[in-house]
Structures are given as C-alpha cells and as structure tokens.
Design a protein. Structure first.
Length: 308
C-alpha cells in the first residue's frame, strides 16, 4: 500500500514539475526564432513555428506536450535538425552518469572513512586532520578546484589529459573535482552522527559485556550512524549523475549538462522541458530508493504512511 501511494505521488510530482516548467517557458519573452526574424521571411518563420506547434494556443500546446510525455516522446530539438530530445539525453547521459557515479563512490568511501576515524579518535590528531580535510572540501567550490587540478596534474605533471573525452583517464580529474565537496559534507555528517551513537547507553552496555570493539563499531555504531548520511546521499546522487554543468564545461565532457545549458541560451523549449523532466524523474526515483534503503539498513523502520 505504501509503495502504491509513493508511486502515485511520484507521478503527480512529475506532472506538477512538467506543468510549471511549461508555463514558465511560455511566459518568457521571445521565442526560439526571434534571432532569425531579421534574416528570414515571415512565411518561413510561420512555417517553422507551425512545425513545432508554437503557432497553436497555449492550452493546445500543453495538451500535446503532456500527450507526448506520456508516450515518453520528449519531442524534436529546435536547434538540432538531426536529433530529437530523447536522442540528446541518450547521448549525453552516459558521460554524466559515469562522472557522477565515480564522484559518489569517491565521496562515500573517503567521506565515511574520515567521518568514522574522526569520531573514533575524537579530539585527537586523526579527528583534527579529518575535519581539516572536510573544511577544505567545503570551502573550495568545484569550479575553483577544477582549474587547480588541471594545473597540477595535467599541465605541470602531465599525468592526466584534459579538454577531451575518451579513456578512463579523462574521468579522473572531473570525478575528483565533483567529489571533494560532498566528501567533506559526508565526513562531517558521519562524524557527528557516529559520536552521538557511540555515546548511547546500548553501546556502553555492549562494551561492558565485553563484545569486541570492532563488532560494536560495525554492527551497531556505523549501521545506526549512517542513516543521516543516506538522507543526504539521495539528492546528491541524482544531482551528480545528471550532470554538473560547470564541471562538464571546464573539462569539455559531452554530458547532458552541456545540452541543457545550450538549450537555455538558444531557447530550445523541447530540450529545456525534456531535460528538466528527466532530472526530476531521476531525483524523485532516487529519493524513493533511499526510503526503501532505510528499511534495509534498519529493519526497525517501517515503510508506512499516515492512515496505514
């Protein structure tokens, strides 16, 4: 029952986001062919608007848009004559997802490790060192870290390539640039949550009973402390795998973020609407999976909604 309600809510949320995006796009002054008004005859402009249904009343455009959306057809791209929106997303998403997944893995592995070590060695050297790394990660934005990484590892040392796309080596620097900030946040979350859990009475009782420390940390400490981190990971995962526009621009990654930015400048309505809906679906579905994962991490949590 809970899952059915969640799926209904997810569909409703996607519809609201798609409708709001459509309204906002239509009320922005101008149209995709405004820049061609001085060079093309009016008849040609009218034919082009008719091709993309821009000559029809807004209610009709909205109905056609929803109809195509239900059929998983995001429409043709106005700027690209050879590829529709579905194709653009299919072409750009793998690169964005690869960078995002690698960044998530780096952030999780090192963020959780730093947070756990900082909590276990509270007010000692490892704690101070871990929190220093976290402060650095939070303080330096990715668009500043990226040129620094390029200067050091690509220009000065020549270890890794940049401004191109092909092998795994091209993914290392952008993944690190994306990972540092969430790594720092995860480390701080994990540290504070772990400190709180390790001070609970049941932990002290387990220690008093002589249960091995490593077992207490793994089975009770980390398992209970990681829940706040999981809440943060949901939207972070969706944001990273759908492309971070600035990083993709700096490293010349042919990801979905590039198409989204270009579509805004070119007033390519179908691409803007399509990518926005795609981002929303990824985010909403990820949050749904995060809710399910709570039950797997802690069996005491029940997946119920009000009235169940």
């Amino acid at each position: 029952m809970y899952i059915l309600k969640r799926i209904t809510t997810m569909i409703l949320t996607v519809w609201i986001i798609a409708s709001l995006t459509f309204v906002v796009m239509k009320f922005i002054p101008g149209d995709p062919f405004a820049s061609d008004a001085d060079v093309l005859p009016e008849e040609v402009l009218q034919n082009m608007r008719a091709k993309y249904n821009l000559d029809k009343p807004l209610p009709v455009q909205y109905v056609l848009y929803l109809k195509n959306l239900v059929m998983f057809d995001l429409g043709p791209s106005i700027q690209s004559e050879t590829r529709d929106v579905n194709t653009l997303i299919a072409d750009g998403f793998p690169a964005s997802a690869l960078i995002g997944i690698q960044a998530i893995i780096i952030a999780l592995v090192f963020g959780l490790a730093l947070g756990i070590l900082a909590a276990l060695y509270h007010n000692r050297m490892l704690d101070y060192l871990s929190m220093f790394v976290a402060i650095i990660g939070i303080s330096i934005p990715s668009f500043i870290l990226a040129p620094m990484l390029i200067k050091l590892f690509a220009v000065d040392l020549g270890w890794l390539p940049v401004a191109s796309w092909g092998s795994w080596k091209h993914t290392v620097l952008p993944s690190i640039a994306l990972a540092l900030s969430p790594l720092a946040v995860i480390a701080r979350f994990m540290r504070s949550s772990m400190l709180e859990v390790m001070n609970q009475n049941y932990i002290k009782t387990a220690i008093a009973k002589g249960i091995p420390t490593i077992g207490i940390i793994v089975n009770h400490g980390i398992r209970n402390a990681i829940l706040p981190v999981v809440t943060f990971i949901g939207p972070l995962f969706a944001a990273l795998i759908t492309g971070t526009f600035v990083i993709e621009k700096i490293f010349a990654i042919p990801g979905i973020g590039k198409y989204f930015v270009d579509s805004i400048f070119n007033r390519d309505y179908p691409v803007i609407l399509g990518t926005t809906v795609f981002f929303s679906v990824i985010l909403i579905f990820t949050l749904f999976l995060i809710d399910i994962s709570y039950r797997l991490i802690d069996p005491r949590i029940k997946l119920t909604s009000k009235g169940d």
